[in-house]
Design a protein around this ligand. Structure first.
Ligand code: NAG
Ligand code: NAG
Ligand code: NAG
Ligand code: NAG
Ligand code: NAG
Length: 192
């Protein structure tokens, strides 16, 4: 298990990380497993230059017969696959404070949360951060709450639920109510 620094990943993926997503820790990206699971048409949207800026619904609009709903699950971690991101699995300790940065490309009022998710069942295990209102588009830049784009989460005591790589991820999830747009970023981790 290799722990990539965000600096290295930023260099590898460059501007891909610059839009509408968690930018630190660098989240899951597309790869061959994603292509196989989601089909070429959906994959093309997910890997396009503006991919991380786009909501999940943009990719869902391209679902065709090559889309495997069991394997791709677009509405969980954007359908990005663990197999494509094994080397980015972080190791966190209980109580560790993990700083997050989010680049909100365009504000669309909604709500958001950050949760530890069980990758096998695709269900939340623990809530780490909640915004009842997120990215309120009636507010000007000077009024934007700082914690929407820069915040800390503390790794809770997860027992032995997340000791194995590929068991758990931290998912940032934002639903823009009026626009009906879902944004997701997943950071794979295991507890030490
Ligand atoms: C769809 O994905 C599931 C889970 O990975 C797999 O078991 C199944 O064989 C796939 N179906 C097709 C048609 O490829
Ligand atoms: C929290 O995030 C989950 C997705 O992981 C979502 O289904 C749920 O509706 C969100 N809840 C709130 C209150 O934001
Ligand atoms: C967004 O901000 C405006 C201006 O402060 C406020 O009137 C409105 O209630 C806010 N929206 C939500 C959903 O809280
Ligand atoms: C985020 O910031 C807002 C506005 O500054 C504040 O009201 C809210 O309590 C903060 N949320 C958390 C979970 O700290
Ligand atoms: C996150 O926590 C660190 C200390 O662990 C602190 O220096 C930093 O200001 C915090 N960041 C935010 C956005 O709260």
């Amino acid at each position: 298990m290799v722990i990539f620094s965000s600096v290295i990943l930023a260099a590898l993926f460059g501007s891909l990380l610059a839009h509408g997503v968690v930018t630190d820790p660098s989240p899951r990206v597309v790869g061959g497993a994603n292509l196989a699971a989601c089909g070429a048409a959906v994959y093309k949207v997910l890997k396009s230059g503006k991919a991380l800026l786009l909501c999940v619904e943009n990719a869902a609009a391209k679902i065709d017969s090559d889309y495997n709903a069991t394997a791709c699950y677009l509405f969980f971690c954007r359908g990005y696959q663990y197999e494509d991101n094994v080397d980015s699995t972080r190791v966190y300790a209980t109580g560790q404070v993990v700083p997050f940065a989010v680049d909100i490309e365009a504000h669309h009022t909604g709500y958001a949360n950050v949760s530890v998710v069980n990758l096998a069942t695709q269900t939340p295990i623990a809530r780490l951060f909640t915004w009842d209102v997120y990215a309120n588009d009636s507010l000007g830049p000077s009024q934007w709450p700082k914690n929407e784009s820069s915040f800390n989460v503390t790794i809770p005591d997860l027992g032995d639920t997340c000791t194995t790589a590929s068991a758990c991820a931290i998912q940032w999830w934002w639903y823009a109510t009026k626009n009906v747009q879902t944004f997701e970023s997943c950071v794979d981790f295991a507890t030490a």
